[in-house]
Design a protein around this ligand. Structure first.
Ligand code: NDP
Length: 246
């Protein structure tokens, strides 16, 4: 129980990796606030976290709405207590070859993944800076490190998250706030289930360990970075990908 008495805010906690992060942090002892838009999916996460014996709050909120996210952060602090851990997990993809990429799809992906991370982090970090304590974990992707044909918007947003992470790590280090990123490889979620069998098999062949990751593999990395076990780690990207990007 490395996170007893801590409060975590997880964006996009209703499904996939975000849901596993909520459950993983709760198992380590943290109370959990999660955001998302799907109330039915949220209800399952809430009941699992409550089953573990931790408090939980769900906020139906999109990460790009600054006023709404300011309100969410204020309510979490009022109802659960000071936010110790922020996990910026929301991420979407709208893939197409670059020459055919619609400006709307570029903007939507960069706005949701990168600007959303900016909005939520600014709201939470102001409070963490006053308290001189906190751990911020941003979910990037191996695509943000290596690029990928057909995913220029997604790769740019995820590379942007790495730059944001490293800049904030430098800005916040003197106030005892650590900022790190995780770059998952291929993880089994709704995002990746949409891919064709052919792409899945080709991807699997590029993974030295020979299998896809599960959301819990990413959640384990988040719990580690959130805990004092990682007290000497800031500004880094932990790659969780079965060896794909080495
Ligand atoms: P899913 O599509 O399964 O889940 C995405 C989550 O984000 C959902 O909880 C969804 O909630 C929420 N969400 C999406 N858009 C918004 C928004 N605008 N505002 C608030 N919440 C939103 O994705 P994954 O679990 O696969 O991915 C999670 C993160 O991991 C993403 O950042 C993704 O880029 C990254 N990643 C995933 C990989 C993979 O292989 N799966 C690989 C590398 C990185 P709701 O539907 O309730 O709105």
């Amino acid at each position: 129980m490395r996170l007893n008495g801590k409060v975590a805010l997880v964006t996009g906690g209703t499904r996939g990796i975000g849901a596993a992060i909520c459950i993983g942090l709760a198992k380590e002892g943290a109370d959990i606030a999660l955001t998302g838009r799907d109330k039915v999916a949220a209800a399952k996460v809430i009941s699992t976290v409550e089953g573990i014996g931790k408090k939980t709050l769900f906020f139906e909120a999109g990460v790009t709405d600054k006023n709404k996210m300011d309100e969410v952060v204020a309510k979490v602090e009022e109802q659960l207590g000071s936010i110790d851990i922020l996990v910026n997990n929301v991420g979407i993809a709208r893939d197409s070859l670059f020459v055919r990429m619609k400006e709307d799809d570029w903007r939507l992906v960069v706005d949701t993944n990168l600007t959303g991370t900016f909005i939520v982090t600014q709201a939470v970090s102001k409070l963490m800076l006053k308290r001189k304590q906190g751990s911020i974990i941003n979910i990037s992707s191996v695509i943000g490190l290596a690029g990928n044909a057909g995913q220029a918007n997604y790769a740019a947003s995820k590379a942007g998250i790495v730059g944001l992470t490293k800049s904030l790590a430098r800005e916040f280090a003197s106030r005892n706030i650590r900022v790190n990123a995780i770059a998952p490889g291929f993880i089994e979620t709704e995002m990746t289930k949409r891919l064709s069998d052919d792409i899945r098999e080709k991807t699997r062949q590029r993974i030295p360990l020979g299998f896809f990751g599960e959301p819990e593999d990413v959640a384990a990395g988040v719990a580690y970075l959130a805990s004092d076990d990682a007290r000497f780690i800031t500004g880094h990207v932990i790659v969780i990908d079965g060896g794909m990007a080495m």
